[in-house]
Design a protein around this ligand. Structure first.
Ligand SMILES: Nc1ncnc2c1ncn2[C@@H]1O[C@H](COP(=O)(O)OP(=O)(O)OP(=O)(O)O)[C@@H](O)[C@H]1O
Ligand SMILES: [Mg+2]
Length: 241
């Protein structure tokens, strides 16, 4: 189990045009939402926190039974962290095989993998399509497939980048319920959304980022009722884009 992720003085720049500079902490048992305008660095920060991309400098500490001060070099740890992308890449195989793949590389037995994959597909409403080719799915179905892959892994840390952006209202509701049901005292969850109603519905903690800097990290109630910064007030009113 990972109890906490702490990011200290994380820096990441892209050719002088954009600079992410932030510190924050994520706790198990809590659903965190990361919100902020387009281009503010949400996806970049998520890639770093989920150990996909190293920052230019700064420290990222994963704390569990032991403390990982260089989590990027811990392959076993990285397998317990899943990032669900907005536009997931699927393999040219069946929907079911796409879910099984992540379990195969994690050395889960075939029998257990099948049980978990079928269960995950049922949860996102894709079980009936399990034998169809994944490349033929619509973008919303691919997003649900990608969430099923994540659920099947039973990760300690689950990060979702705009998980409902292409979905219709019914499927959005399904995914929101799945996210809520994945909340667990032993799991860290972080998701990005531009939907402030969704943020209010699902999150315990809000992290607000603007222009590469985290301006607020507070409880949902505090953030939406009395945000501390003018930027956050304008963002909530829909004026900051
Ligand atoms: N690999 C990259 N190479 C160069 N620039 C990048 C790269 N990734 C991100 N950027 C730039 O960094 C900035 C932040 O991008 P990022 O994708 O993190 O923003 P975001 O908050 O996720 O935005 P959105 O809400 O539109 O998804 C943008 O200006 C983007 O163009
Ligand atoms: Mg993004």
């Amino acid at each position: 189990m990972i109890e906490q992720i702490e990011a200290r003085g994380i820096l990441k720049g892209f050719n002088d045009r954009f600079r992410l500079e932030c510190s924050l902490s994520l706790e198990a048992g809590c659903v965190h939402v990361l919100i902020g305008p387009n281009g503010s660095g949400k996806s970049t920060l998520m890639r770093i926190l989920s150990l996909i991309e190293r920052p230019d400098s700064g420290t990222l500490i994963y704390r569990g039974k032991r403390q990982y001060v260089d989590p990027f070099s811990e392959i076993e740890l990285r397998r317990r962290v899943v990032l669900v992308n907005t536009r997931p890449v699927v393999f040219r195989e069946s929907v079911l095989e796409n879910v099984l793949y992540g379990l195969k590389i994690r050395k889960v037995s075939r029998r257990e993998a099948l049980r978990r994959a079928e269960h995950a597909l049922k949860r996102v409403g894709l079980y009936e399509m399990r034998n169809e080719s994944a490349t033929g799915l619509s973008s919303g179905e691919k997003q649900r497939l990608s969430l099923a892959r994540a659920i099947a892994v039973e990760p300690d840390v689950l990060m979702l980048d705009e998980p409902t952006v292409n979905l219709d209202p019914e499927n959005t509701g399904v995914i929101e319920q799945v996210i809520l049901s994945l909340k667990d005292p032993e799991r860290i969850i972080l998701f990005v959304t531009h939907n402030l109603f969704q943020a209010r519905k699902l999150a315990d903690q809000v992290i607000f980022i603007s222009n590469g800097t985290i301006l607020e990290q507070s409880s949902k109630d505090r953030f939406f009722v009395s945000p501390e910064t003018e930027e956050a007030r304008r963002f909530i009113r829909g004026e900051l884009y």
